[in-house]
Design a protein around this ligand. Structure first.
Ligand SMILES: *Cc1c(COP(=O)(O)O)cnc(C)c1O
Length: 480
């Protein structure tokens, strides 16, 4: 009896023939172009009902093929309408992701060509582009030559990796007596990174921010001295360089002095605010950014990249490798020589895509000057929002800082809890009405509203239209 040899399938598996691939590809490009042409006409945020969405989308994994045009039709009808458009010209909530079309196409290329930038042998050309782009970021932020870094998913992972490097470099490893300092305005990503790294709550000193919502350097120095006196090991300060709440920047110069004197590592969370250094105003606000040991900056926010693109820069060559490099036997063939950077030694990811490509192409195609003007426009829009809000009778809680303004109404005699509720209801009304998206936060115990105006395709007219909608929403909240 003849043995059966499994034959090759009659058609290659998991493939599209060339004509079909191109036809579909053009449809996908058309969808992307339609998005860019029409995003401002749609509501900035549409939220679906869990049961309704599951009702249309939940199913057993399909055993048999579905025509691709039907799949696209389903996507267009039942999935894509239910999103927030962080790139909408009137999306001012939280921190927008304005993106840009060149970055989008670069991302499509990186994915379409399945570029691997984990090891030098796996992608030496792309790794070189990543090194070049990191060097651009280093120059923009003012760090010295030789500083290293890597592109990651975003500010959260950049901060996680930075704190791992800080610990490896300053402590050599886990130390239950080690202490980190930050303010009550630090992003939750910092606390989460510390939790993941195994720091206990009593190793994280969250200090009250000052009247300008900044980490006070003198109080930090006192806390450090107190902890040293108690036999603990202060090793790191996390400064916020552009808080998500208000755009406030911690006093980087004074904190850098403190860290230098105390042998501590200074990490700056510049995830959203960092790109402001491109502008004169931003450079003044961020004075001292060039003195940090590490910083996290998010190109997927104010450097206009599609999600995901975060960037970590570290002043000390080798500090990331000290935290992350391992040399397993199955990677011996790709480890390469000294000059050959293996990005898998600089973070938690082994397999990693070509995140630098979108930023590199954006800067090449538009030029840094256009990015600078885009950042400056965002700063100017926040100032315009502040003026327009004042004229409309809103109280300014924190003035325009790095593209963020926060505001509230304080009608005399209204109880605080009722006002907090009215402000929250105003945000919900805005979302229901669909002209623009703003968001709320809590500052000094009170609910306030905020706008973050970093989309360079937004206009002063968009700001005015939004504030008119805000006044309607406030009235509706009071009536409701
Ligand atoms: C957005 C942000 C983060 C978190 O970054 P992700 O890119 O969302 O991971 C951290 N810190 C600040 C100040 C931010 O604005």
């Amino acid at each position: 009896m003849a043995t059966t040899v499994p034959g090759d399938p009659p058609e290659p598996l998991l493939s599209l023939d060339d004509r079909e691939l191109r036809r579909l590809g053009y449809r996908v490009v058309d969808l992307i172009a339609d998005h860019w042409a029409g995003v401002g006409e749609r509501p900035p945020i549409t939220v679906g009902e869990p049961a309704a969405l599951a009702g249309r989308l939940a199913e057993e994994p399909p055993e048999h093929p579905t025509p691709v045009d039907d799949v696209l039709a389903l996507l267009i009808a039942d999935v894509l309408p239910y999103v927030q458009h962080g790139d909408h010209p009137r999306f001012y909530a939280r921190i927008p992701g304005p993106s840009n079309p060149v970055g989008v196409l670069a991302d499509a290329l990186a994915s379409g060509l399945n570029v691997f930038v984990g090891s030098w042998t796996g992608g030496s050309g792309p790794a070189t582009v990543e090194l070049v782009t990191l060097d651009w970021m280093r120059r923009i932020c003012g760090l010295p030559e030789g500083s290293e870094g890597a592109f990651v998913s975003g500010g959260s992972v950049a901060t996680l990796n930075a704190l791992a490097a800080a610990r490896a470099s300053r402590l050599g490893g886990h130390d239950p007596e080690a202490v980190v300092y930050l303010s009550d305005q630090a992003h939750a990503a910092v606390a989460r990174a510390l939790r993941v790294l195994g720091f206990a709550d009593d190793q994280v000193r969250t200090l009250p921010s000052d009247a300008d919502l900044r980490l006070p350097a003198d109080a930090t120095a006192r806390a450090v001295a107190e902890d040293r006196g108690a036999g603990r090991r202060p090793f790191c300060v996390v400064a916020t360089a552009g808080s998500t709440n208000t755009g406030a920047v911690d006093p980087l110069e004074a904190l850098a002095d403190l860290c230098a004197a105390e042998g501590m590592w200074l990490h700056a969370d510049a995830a959203y605010g960092g790109p402001a250094v491109l502008s004169e105003t931003g450079r003044r606000a961020l004075a001292g950014l060039d003195r940090v040991d590490s910083l996290a900056i998010d190109p997927h926010k104010w450097l206009f990249q599609p999600y995901e693109c975060g960037c970590l820069l570290v002043r000390h060559p080798g500090a990331l490798a000290q935290a992350f490099a391992l040399h397993p036997e199955y990677l011996a063939d790709v480890s390469g020589g000294h000059e050959e950077v293996n990005f898998f030694d600089r973070g938690v990811q082994l397999t990693r895509g070509f995140r630098a490509l979108k930023l590199w192409m954006t800067i090449k195609v538009f030029g840094l000057d256009e990015l600078r003007r885009a950042v400056e426009h965002g700063l100017a829009l926040a100032e315009h929002a502040e003026r327009t809000l004042r004229a409309a009778g809103w109280g300014i809680v924190t003035p325009a800082q790095l593209g963020i303004v926060s505001f509230a109404r304080e009608p005399p005699g209204a109880p605080a809890a009722e006002l907090d509720r009215l402000h929250l209801r105003t945000v919900a009304e805005m979302q229901r009405e669909g002209t623009a998206a703003i968001s709320s936060t809590v500052l000094r115990g009170r609910t306030v509203l905020r706008m973050c105006t970093i989309n360079p395709r937004g206009s002063t007219a968009d700001v005015e239209r939004t504030i008119a909608a805000l006044d309607r929403a406030w009235a509706a909240a009071q009536a409701g």
